[in-house]
Design a protein around this ligand. Structure first.
Ligand code: C2E
Ligand code: MG
Ligand code: MG
Ligand code: MG
Length: 287
């Protein structure tokens, strides 16, 4: 079959390929208009202290409410935004929204929470990125020490030198970094060693079959103990069951994020949760 395709390039003439390509182009165009049409919103998922269960931070997650097709998953549209470069303005919008939201929670008298924002390679390696972050912080008045940027291993390995440079600049402003989806990428520990990283986020693929699966148990325990020795904070994502929570607590995981505690919520819902929380989050403020 492959041979046939190679010989006459027939894949370009298959009608369903045309349809798919047309579909993609249409989505791309819509994605380009989505910002101006106000179709994005940011939801926030709590990250809780494994021991006290207090909310220490929230992860900002982008949502696209398509007027005709309903909500579209970031798993679908983020890659499209990355390919087209639209991730640069869209990512800036997420960052600015998150910073403004953080200030709104503070002004409402709520305890400070760290806000984590996901950053794509295309964004982070873009020339103006550090300046964009500085200006988002300045315009909003959000405290840089409460901003965390989630980077992936592949982002870091894509251009290590440049990444280090940008990270150092941002670190000087007070911004912190975590490695998202840790364990799924190809970063080398020797590379990570030189980076100003505050914590690791254990990928949810290692959590899903806990505590039954022996290899996942071993991996998670190893990542937690490595983090502790390196003085890194460690958080597990995709935590859905009590048994997973128990396993993670017993093994010294610092924080937990997942449906077990909460799905991603609207700003108002987060505000309501923070309002009833004992004032412990501030204890971690300069941790
Ligand atoms: P991520 O950064 O690893 O975010 C965690 C994802 O896991 C989120 O999916 C979240 O809703 C989901 N999740 C949380 N708890 C659970 C759980 O207990 N079980 C399961 N099965 N899933 C859980 P979401 O919101 O669909 O986002 C998917 C990915 O899209 C994110 O993965 C991130 O890579 C990307 N993304 C989302 N927002 C942004 C953004 O603003 N900028 C960039 N560059 N990427 C984003
Ligand atoms: Mg993330
Ligand atoms: Mg992740
Ligand atoms: Mg991710």
């Amino acid at each position: 079959r492959a041979k046939e395709v190679g010989r006459n390039n027939s894949q370009w003439y298959r009608p369903e390929m045309n349809a798919r390509l047309r579909d993609r182009l249409r989505r791309q165009k819509q994605l380009g208009e989505a910002l101006a049409r106000d179709q994005f919103r940011v939801v926030y998922q709590p990250q809780v202290d494994a021991r006290t269960r207090n909310i220490l931070g929230v992860e900002a997650l982008l949502r696209w409410d398509h007027p005709a097709d309903g909500p579209i998953s970031p798993m679908t549209f983020i890659p499209l935004a990355e390919e087209t470069g639209l991730i640069v303005p869209i990512g800036e919008w997420v960052l600015r929204s998150a910073c403004r939201q953080g200030v709104r929670w503070r002004r409402a008298g709520l305890p400070p929470v760290r806000i984590s924002v996901n950053v794509s390679a295309r964004q982070f390696l873009h020339d103006g990125w550090a300046q964009t972050v500085a200006s988002a912080l300045e315009d909003s008045g959000f405290d840089a020490r409460h901003l965390e940027l989630e980077l992936t291993e592949s982002l870091i390995m894509q251009d290590l030198d440049r990444c280090v440079q940008t990270m150092k600049r941002l670190q000087d402003m007070g911004v912190r970094f975590s490695i998202d989806d840790f364990g799924t990428g190809y970063s080398s520990l020797s590379a990570l060693k030189h980076l100003p990283i505050a914590r690791l986020k254990i990928d949810k693929s290692f959590i899903r079959e806990l505590p039954q699966r022996e290899d996942d148990r071993a991996i998670v325990m190893a990542v937690i103990s490595m983090s502790r020795r390196l003085n890194l904070n460690v958080i597990a994502e995709g935590v859905e069951t009590q048994a997973q929570v128990d396993f993670l607590c017993e093994n010294g995981c610092d924080e937990i994020q997942g449906y077990y505690f909460s799905r991603p919520l609207t700003p108002a819902e987060i505000g309501a949760m923070l309002a009833v929380q004992p004032t412990v989050a501030s204890a971690r403020e300069d941790a």
